[in-house]
Design a protein around this ligand. Sequence first.
Ligand SMILES: [Zn+2]
Ligand SMILES: [Zn+2]
Length: 351
Amino acid sequence: MEFIILLHNELYNKKNKQDLKKKVKQEGFERITCSFYKYMPLQNIEDLRDQLYISWNNLDILGRIYISNEGINAQISIPEHNIETFKNNLYLNESFKDIHIKPAIKDGTSFYKLTIKVKKEIVAYKVAPNEYDMNKVGTHLNYKEFNKAIDDGAIVIDVRNYYEGEIGKFENAIIPDVDTSIELLPEIKKLLRTKEKEKILMYCTGGIRCEKASSYLLHNGFKDVNQLRGGIVQYANDIKKYNEKSKFIGKNFVFDHRLGERITDDIISKCHQCTLETDTHTNCANQACHILFIQCYKCSKKYLRCCSQECSDFIKKPKDEQQQIFREGKIQFTAQKSMSIKPKLKNIKNN
Ligand SMILES: [Zn+2]
Ligand SMILES: [Zn+2]
């Protein structure tokens, strides 16, 4: 149903979003984007959600937060002048008093509104609760320990979706061929079958996905499970700070408008349309399709930033004609395009 929602946003909520963007752009202060997460038992989630919303809204905080009975996962943008107040308020809450707030980047345009959602899980793995125990997670390694373990021949596994590992990964890491978190843990278990006694190194973007993943592996009989503390983001900071050679190559995929942060100059992926070496992710410019794919600058020009001829033909039509086509249910881009891009993607991978 994704295409309907996206079309809806495009055609009915766009002005609203533009207004929100404008409001943020006209603010007379700087914003800091930061993130934090923690697995811990939380009670009275609905009340907590409301409390956090009121308190953060008063501080003009924007961002996306998930809370659940198992913890919190937050990406937020805070006005610079409110950072201290925010931290003090957060640490007053017994549950959050030792939470680590990630090194901040100055980027005023990361979020335009505040959304706090109550979820079943803070990362939607959907594995049964008897398949892990959050009191037993993997050993956290810093960049140095992680590098050493790689040199010593440990198995490295990427705890992200395929499209993330496609543009950047640790050298020789295993990249699971999955598109969603729901598929990820069973696939990792399958890929590591017979390696239960070996040293396993896990990594993800910021560390949160490895928490439950490492617990799941331990529960499934793996003996030596380790994870990169603070994920690729922390690793990249440390490598730079201590002037070490990065064993992570290419780009770190990020979920904001940038879609990737360059870590090294290596380009490890190809354009999905013409196979030219490139690692620029883009969402199809046809809002009704919006598929995420890798596109070179030539194809971007040729297809008007669309994933296919069909999508670029569609966006050339007048808006009311596009709406008409949708109302009549004639086209469902998302389903079709996922299927047509994916085999191509697999071919590239096998080369
Ligand atoms: Zn191309
Ligand atoms: Zn498309």
